[in-house]
Design a binder for this molecule. Structure first.
Ligand code: ACM
Length: 645
């Protein structure tokens, strides 16, 4: 027995020496000090807390027990979890202190949100920073950098059940997000019951079922075809989800996307459009032309008519019921990508503009936004919208969610408006995560590395206007909750660190080491998330007449092996050290990352012809004189954009 104790002590000593100040917590806490105490997970803990806080602990009871922390009412339990509510200004409403010693775990916080966050950290300690299955001693002080730490889930393009939404919220609470932006309406479905406008859900929540690629090959509804796909949340269900989120320190911001993205609403009430034509809820069929650079044309009217007083009566009813359902400060009105073409063609709208001295369609959109802002503020709420609400003049008091880069957010903050940064470039977690050869193609690609560079506070902007940041999961290509998790994580971990942790502590190597630990946790919970970060980032370019491949790997201590002679397994191949030439021929590049001699991530296999296409795409503009085609000369072959299509 004694021998065992000596051995354990030796192991602990070595562990502490080798891992001084290491932890696996995401988002990284403000301060983490490791001590030499060890809290053995060998028996129940007595909970010392007020009855209200006991309820908060109760939410986590099962998860804590699964990690060896059994909360008990037994007064004779030798150990305790003590939760003390003490007003400490430095901690704010969401911060906490957590101390783990040999016998006690103590959480100190000013408010229940802080207790909840402290418990999340404790949970990560029990699964993360253990010593032989026990918790290493530590003292943590922690509080968030930003007050808006959000994730958005689009439930219109695909419907997620109440239970699925709760699972999504529960997981985000583990990473200390505090805002769930619920994108409740779009062209593909209206998902929130509005009692005074029953057709919104009777009609607007249902569409015909289609497989195929969203916005490309999905057929329009056939005459008389029954809409069978969809669903909506009753007001009772909404209240239930709101309470579920609140218990997890999460406020819900509902979004009703107007005046554009309103085809589902118009399927229910076509009289709210300029043409008043009957509509269907879009099953994901292509009804717009996207020309790039933010330019587009809607082939079917999906905008409300801003010149019609009935539209404002409609908005008043919708916002009135939303304000009753959602206790948070903000209501999101969307405002993005609203097509102005039907307004410009409508005689009534043109007459309205003339009468009201509105000079163009942007000013007309601004008129609409200002009217909606008045409605929202009359319900005691603050309006927030996508950055298009800046166009033509921003409504007083409106907050802006900046998605087309940081520019709109900077402009709004400089005008003294509140801003949430949510740029496509760092925070669009519907974009693919890895190499195009192994991902389901979506609009663009966004690696974990790039997401980790997200900085919500641009230089020169007064921090008081930047509420925080948010990741957005649009669900055009996300048909299920498992895939929603796959796309959300681990990039949401990077976003959580951008909005919670101190900027000075940003450190990719530390982050990715902790992410790898969290991968194991997700594996244990049977939740598949993307491990694309293990795979090399492949860059192809032309040098002289050669096709060159560069492989980048951001996993410390790992190596990439590759072959370009059609041999496999890749473990026999070369270890990558510098960019290399790919010879001519019917060859494929094969890559595989290895860590400690074991393969990690997917094996990539990319035919040379695909690599060439990537070079051509990169070099599109290299012969500006050629109107219809572009050329890249590699080895003895001339490749043109056309030839390769
Ligand atoms: C957006 O992505 N259209 C806000």
């Amino acid at each position: 027995m004694k021998g065992h104790i000596i051995t354990l002590n030796l192991v602990l000593f070595l562990f502490f020496t080798l891992n001084a100040q290491r932890h696996n917590i995401i988002p990284a806490p403000v301060s983490f000090v490791q001590t030499d105490a060890v809290f053995l997970l060998d028996g129940p803990l007595m909970l010392n807390a007020s009855p209200e806080i006991k309820e908060t602990v109760g939410l986590m009871r099962q998860k804590l027990a699964a990690n060896g922390l059994y909360i008990s009412e037994d007064q004779k339990a030798k150990k305790s979890l003590n939760i003390e509510m003490v007003k400490k200004e430095a901690l704010g409403s969401e911060g906490y202190q957590l101390k783990v010693d040999n016998k006690n775990i103590t959480i100190i916080a000013s408010e229940s949100g802080g207790v909840f966050n402290g418990l999340q950290t404790l949970l990560q300690l029990t699964s993360g920073s253990t010593v032989g299955g026990n918790i290493q001693g530590c003292e943590i002080t922690d509080y968030p950098r930003f007050k808006w730490r959000g994730l958005m889930l689009d439930v219109s393009r695909h419907f997620f059940t109440v239970d699925e939404v709760k699972q999504y919220i529960d997981k985000m609470s583990e990473y200390k997000f505090n805002t769930f932006h619920w994108h409740l309406t779009d062209d593909e479905g209206w998902r929130v019951e509005i009692k005074s406008l029953p057709k919104l859900t009777e009609v607007g929540a249902w569409r015909v079922e289609r497989a195929g690629k969203f916005g490309e090959d999905r057929a329009f509804p056939l005459p008389g075809e029954k809409p069978t796909y969809g669903g909506f949340y009753t007001q009772e269900q909404i209240k239930d989800v709101v309470a579920y989120a609140a218990a997890r320190n999460i406020t819900i911001v509902p979004e009703v996307d107007v005046p554009g993205h309103s085809m589902a609403a118009l399927a229910a009430y076509p009289e709210l459009s300029t043409k008043k034509e009957p509509k269907f809820v879009n099953p994901g069929s292509k009804f717009a032309e996207w020309y790039g650079n933010g330019k587009f044309e809607m082939l079917i009217e999906n905008t409300l008519n801003p010149a019609d007083e009935k539209v404002y009566e409609f908005m008043d009813k919708v916002m009135g019921e939303l304000a009753m359902l959602f206790p948070g400060k903000y209501i999101h009105m969307g405002g993005d990508e609203s097509y102005k073409g039907f307004w410009e063609k409508s005689k009534d709208v043109q007459a309205f503009m003339k009468k009201n001295n509105i000079k163009d369609a942007h000013e007309l959109q601004s008129y609409f936004v200002k009217r909606v802002e008045k409605i929202v503020s009359s319900k005691g709420k603050t309006l927030i919208g996508w950055d298009e609400i800046l166009e033509g003049g921003l409504a007083d008091g409106a907050a802006v969610m900046s998605w087309r880069g940081l520019k709109g957010g900077i402009e709004a903050a400089k005008m003294g408006h509140e801003v949430v940064m949510s740029p496509t470039t760092y925070a669009y977690i519907d974009y693919t995560q890895g190499d195009p050869s192994v991902e389901n193609p979506i609009y663009a690609s966004l690696s974990l590395e790039k997401t980790y560079e997200f900085e919500p506070l641009p230089e020169g902007v007064d921090p008081k206007y930047i509420l925080g940041g948010q990741g957005n999961l649009w669900s055009e290509m996300i048909p299920s909750l498992p895939f929603a998790f796959y796309m959300t994580y681990p990039r949401a971990m990077a976003i959580s660190e951008a909005v919670w942790s101190q900027k000075k502590d940003r450190d990719w190597n530390s982050f990715v080491r902790r992410v790898m630990f969290h991968f194991d946790e997700f594996d244990e919970d049977n939740i598949a998330i993307s491990k694309a970060v293990y795979e090399p980032i492949i860059t192809v370019y032309k040098e002289d007449l050669n096709l060159i491949v560069k492989l980048e790997n951001n996993i410390p201590d790992s190596e990439i092996r590759y072959t370009i002679d059609n041999t496999y397994p890749v473990s026999f191949g070369n270890t990558y050290s510098a960019p290399f030439k790919v010879p001519e021929g019917l060859l494929s590049l094969r890559t595989q990352t290895f860590l400690n001699g074991k393969s990690i991530g997917r094996s990539l296999i990319i035919p040379r012809s695909e690599l060439v296409k990537r070079v051509v795409a990169r070099n599109k503009n290299c012969f500006p004189g050629s109107k219809n085609a572009f050329y890249v000369v590699l080895n003895s072959v001339i490749y043109s954009g056309r030839m390769l299509e």
